[in-house]
Design a protein around this ligand. Structure first.
Ligand code: CA
Length: 234
């Protein structure tokens, strides 16, 4: 890809918007800025950015409304910028289809790491059909066609439920998957509060996959939000 990747920042705090824009332009991204929801929406349509960085607290509308609108027609990576300590806001944004979130205040290196993950998602969105149905990340290999998992070449045996959880996380590697999204994927949308059962399953999965379950290398906990599988090797 020779054309520059473009990123639209929708953030009403001008100094934060400018800080992000400078950091991204420094890395050779093409950057568009918007300070309000309405203007942001119109720039999404007119500029067709590759990636969206979106503040949730905007003066004229809630950032989650923008996610709802964009997700009706586009799979573009959306990274939510949130100053809010309320976990609920992030969970809502993720469940509506945001890919990731970053909490203010954040530094340049954290921001750039999130952008790089989003760029990999973008490559995956664009690479239709060319995926090999194999997930690889530092010693962990998941062969989806054969439903076979190995860790450093040792085969790992998961239960049906454990496999469902791991494969959903791996299919969305690098992304935070909320507890509710995992639960409804595994047990259906009408499942009751299965948080405890999910935690028990996750403990078993970690015992089987991780060298040290207390310091996971593959599946990370986002406290109060959900789980994230380490990014796939490309
Ligand atoms: Ca704001």
């Amino acid at each position: 890809m020779s054309a520059k990747l473009s990123i639209l920042i929708i953030e009403d705090e001008k100094n934060i918007c400018d800080f992000i824009a400078a950091a991204l332009m420094n890395q050779d991204y093409r950057v568009f800025k918007s300070y309000s929801g309405m203007d942001g929406l119109s720039q999404i349509t007119s500029r067709c950015p590759d990636i969206l960085l979106l503040d949730l607290g905007l003066p004229d509308m809630d950032g989650t409304d923008i996610i709802r609108k964009v997700r009706k027609w586009s799979a573009m990576p959306i990274i939510v910028i949130s100053a809010r300590t309320l976990e609920n806001e992030k969970v809502l944004a993720l469940d509506l289809g945001a890919d990731d979130y970053i909490t203010k205040p954040f530094g340049t290196s954290e921001l750039l790491a999130r952008i790089r993950t989003a760029v990999r998602h973008l490559t995956r969105i664009n690479a239709t059909n060319s995926t090999s149905h194999i997930f690889r990340a530092s010693g962990l290999v998941i062969d989806f066609d054969r439903r076979r998992i190995t860790v450093h070449e040792q085969e790992v045996h998961l239960t049906q439920v454990e496999y469902k959880i791991v494969s959903m996380l791996a299919n969305n590697s690098g992304k935070v998957i909320t507890y509710d999204a995992l639960i409804s994927h595994v047990w259906g949308p009408y499942a009751d509060d299965n948080n405890r059962i999910l935690r028990v399953n996750m403990a078993n999965i970690r015992r089987k996959l991780e060298r040290n379950p207390a310091q996971p290398e593959y599946i990370f906990t986002e406290i109060g939000i959900g789980y994230r599988m380490v990014d796939a090797e490309t």
